[in-house]
Each structure stands twice: as C-alpha cells, then as structure tokens.
Ligand binder design. Structure first.
Ligand SMILES: [Fe+2]
Ligand SMILES: [Fe+2]
Length: 219
C-alpha cells in the first residue's frame, strides 16, 4: 500500500475506534469513580512525565535531524505541560507535598515504548497512537470540566495542552508516511499501533473490547 493510503487507513481506524467511546469513559477507566480535577490532574502529571522521557530517550538513536528535533520538541512540550499542570494544581490547593509521579513505577505503556528499537515503530506507537489517545482523553476531560463549570481547567487543556498533543499526533502521521514505505515497515507500524491501543487500558477494556463484540455474530 502506498504510504499515504496506509496512514489514512490507520487514521480512519482510530476514528472508528474512538467514536465508540462514551463521555468520560476513558477517564473513569483510568482513574476510577473519583473524577475530581485534582485526582485526574495528578494522573496527568505521570502521563506527561512519561511522554517527555520517552521522547528524550528516543532522540539519540533516531535517524536524521528532523526526527531528532521533533522528539526534542515533544520532550520540551510535555515537560511544559507537566509544569503548567503542577502550577494549576497548586492554585487548586494541592501542594503536591511528597508527591512522586513515579512512586508506583513506570507504566506498562512506558516500558513497552522504551523497548521499541525502530523509528517506524516508535513513531507509530509513541506519536501517532499514544498522542491520539491523549487527545481523546483530553477531549473527555475538557467536556467534564465544562459541565462542572470549571472553565479555567477546561481553558488550560483546550487552549494550551490539547493543541500541542494534536501537533505531536500530526508529526507522528507525517513521519509515519515517510517511514512506513513498504510491507515490512507497515507491518511493524500496524503491530506497534495495536499494541499501544491494547496497553491503553481504558481503550482495551472499553471501545477496543466493544469493537470486537460489535463484530461478533448476533450483536
Ligand atoms: Fe502533553
Ligand atoms: Fe504530547
């Protein structure tokens, strides 16, 4: 398949998968029943730290200046998100005293991503897919905040964080079109995307599972 058709196919599959999610569903799956902004923002800190660290980890072994610099930019953006969320939590009255986002260790997603060796798998998993998942979660969080009248938290996500995550995802799509040029690289990219979706527990247990059920006879 030619690379741009391949990327478009994956984009379409993402859209179909995410369209099956119900409001706030990914948030409940990740955080449990307590959807207070303070709790969700603490979880977000861990996600941002891991996203920054993964991009930094991949930079030295990435091929070519453009990909290296895209990863460097992403590492910086995610670090900035961390700082903005941290500042906002303090304003909300959470001093974060004694808080260590990695107290529970790195997530399975981080451990999987850190073991990927090829640029095409990294771009497919880390930027193209993980950032698409981040956008879905953020959109659900923004909706939740707006419904609760928490316009300031919604604003931070809608105007600052979400546009960056979209940029990271689009970077992933662009690099994927450059790197997934043949059958072998497309197979690697496809497998990395699927594994990333599986590791996003909230999707695995929700839309991903539902999609399978949806295709079962009698449903
Ligand atoms: Fe981020
Ligand atoms: Fe991001």
């Amino acid at each position: 398949m030619d690379p741009s058709s391949f990327v478009n196919e994956l984009l379409r599959e993402n859209q179909e998968l995410f369209a099956r999610l119900r409001p706030a569903e990914t948030l409940v799956a990740e955080a449990g029943p307590d959807l207070s902004p303070k709790r969700l923002l603490r979880i977000a800190l861990k996600n941002e730290l891991e996203a920054s660290e993964i991009a930094a980890l991949w930079m030295p072994s990435a091929t070519g200046a453009r990909l290296k610099l895209a990863l460097a930019r992403q590492a910086g953006d995610e670090a900035r998100h961390y700082r903005l969320i941290e500042e906002w939590l303090r304003e909300l009255g959470d001093s974060l005293a004694g808080f260590d986002p990695l107290a529970g260790g790195y997530s399975p997603m981080f451990r999987y991503l850190s073991g990927l060796d090829t640029d095409v798998e990294r771009v497919a998993a880390g930027q193209f897919t993980r950032e698409a998942i981040a956008m879905v979660k953020n959109a659900q969080f923004i909706e939740l905040c707006e419904k609760a009248g928490d316009e300031k938290t919604a604003h931070l996500y809608r105007e600052v964080i979400q546009p960056d995550e979209r940029f990271h995802h689009e970077l992933g799509a662009r690099f994927l079109a450059e790197l997934a040029t043949g059958d072998d690289s497309q197979a690697l990219a496809r497998a990395a995307r699927v594994r990333t979706l599986e590791l996003a527990e909230e999707l695995q247990s929700l839309a991903y599972a539902r999609q399978k059920i949806h295709h079962a006879p009698g449903c």
